[in-house]
Write a protein that binds this ligand. Structure first.
Ligand code: ZN
Length: 422
């Protein structure tokens, strides 16, 4: 009998980690970080019988603890797509720089992420140790994201990671015809939410951008470096906006763009993305930044919740002119400057509170399935699997469990460090 232990992301979003144990071997799926002061990780596991770590996708709540595991076992293998490997490498270096020595591993361990990775493409199956066999399926969440399917002792378990069954401009939707599974460990982020129609959100976003640019304002779109920045680029390209208004890209989105150009097979429409890349201007220095803030210009710049990065530089330049617009495109976690801006039309940026006279708009481009999308995809997985609900507020995990039970499925909301037989 195999066992699964839920090391993290139980009844919360942050520091994912799941340990699968079959006889004398173990396998980790995801090993993330939760930011705080200091940052925290799932509990450390014995690495002597660990056969490897599978990383569903690059977001640090799924990957940020991997250097710590590697510091305990430098020869451990990592399994993920090549796009995930390169984005994780970029993100852990950035995390290290920002954390200024508050992390329990060294710079040497960061270099191991790339070195120890055995990249797998979607649908490819790889034996791991003597007891496991792993296949990655497209998860549709961000480029390179995957659902991790593991076979062991005649059974099969699926870790959905974060997923989006709906196709976006940047990513094809998650693989739908999944093979038979006995168990499914699924995210529950938006289990209590219905996303508005994608095309309507895109159209509203484009309308805001064009109206602002045409009336002589500057549009600032603070967006996550991984996924959302490129999604906005592809939307603006599709609606012809990039042909008419100078559009600038700053912050870490620039490095992510370079990585995605190397891995076009992990982008939904590589042609749109390459075309968007050709038509946008990459910011190189402060002189470029000054020039970018001009009437009719568009700026796409991390951080997505105005928590730092180049978005601060632009926020200070555009916030006090009613012709300008600040357009938020992702969920704004309470306590962030982005959430403050939406609620009060003011934002604390760099220890100072700014009153904002620029227009503030919110067009949420979700990279997760909503309640209906989740239930549809999960209920279609063949084999009548048993579900474990993680990665959501407690109410969201419970809501999804309830919906699954209503259609006759077995569903459990595990607690942290709880172990179940599978
Ligand atoms: Zn994610």
């Amino acid at each position: 009998m195999a066992e699964i232990t839920f090391l993290g992301a139980t009844k919360e979003i942050g520091k994912a980690g799941y340990l699968l144990e079959e006889q004398d071997e173990t396998l980790l799926v995801d090993y993330g970080v939760k930011f705080g002061n200091p940052p925290t990780f799932p509990d450390m596991v014995y690495t002597s019988n660990l056969q490897g770590v599978a990383i569903t996708h690059a977001h640090l709540d799924h990957s940020g603890g991997v250097p710590w595991i590697l510091s305990k076992n430098p020869h451990l293998s990592l399994f993920c797509t090549p796009a995930t490997r390169d984005i994780v490498t970029l993100l852990v270096h950035d995390m290290y720089k920002i954390s200024r020595g508050r992390l329990p591993f060294s710079k040497k361990d960061l270099a191991r992420v790339n070195r120890q990775c055995q990249a797998l493409t979607y649908e490819e199956t790889m034996p791991i140790g003597r007891h496991f066999e792993m296949t990655l399926f497209n998860a549709g969440h961000i480029p390179g994201s995957s659902m991790v399917s593991v076979r062991y002792n005649g059974k099969r378990i699926l870790f959905t990671g974060d997923f989006n069954a709906t196709e976006s401009r940047l990513c094809a939707g998650a693989r739908n015809n999944l093979p038979k599974h006995d168990y499914v460990v699924t995210e529950s982020t938006y289990a209590r939410r219905i996303n508005p129609d994608r095309e309507k959100i895109e159209q509203d976003l484009v309308d805001t951008v064009i109206e602002t640019a045409e009336s002589g304002g500057t549009v600032l779109i603070p967006a996550f470096a991984v996924g959302r920045s490129q999604e906005v680029m592809c939307i603006l390209e599709n609606y012809g906006v990039l042909d008419n208004f100078p559009t600038h890209i700053d912050g870490m989105a620039r490095a992510v763009n370079k990585i995605l150009l190397k891995h076009p097979e992990y982008v939904g429409s590589p042609r749109d993305f390459e075309s968007a890349m050709k038509k946008t201007h990459t910011i190189h220095n402060n002189r470029d930044r000054d020039a970018a803030v001009a009437p009719g210009n568009i700026i796409i710049s991390p951080a997505g919740m105005l928590k730092g990065g180049a978005s601060h530089v632009y926020f200070k330049k555009v916030h006090d002119d009613p012709r300008n617009a600040i357009v938020l495109v992702s969920f704004q976690i309470p306590g962030t400057p982005g959430a403050e801006l939406l609620a009060k039309k003011m934002a604390t940026v760099g220890n100072r509170l700014y009153k904002v006279t620029a227009k503030v708009r919110y067009h949420h481009l979700s990279s997760h399935s909503d309640a209906n999308g989740m239930l549809e995809m999960l209920s279609n997985i063949p084999g009548d699997p048993e579900f474990f609900l993680i990665h959501g507020e407690p109410e969201s995990c419970e809501a999804l469990a309830q919906k699954l039970r209503e259609i006759g499925r077995k569903a459990t909301v595990p607690e942290r460090n709880e172990t179940y037989q599978v």
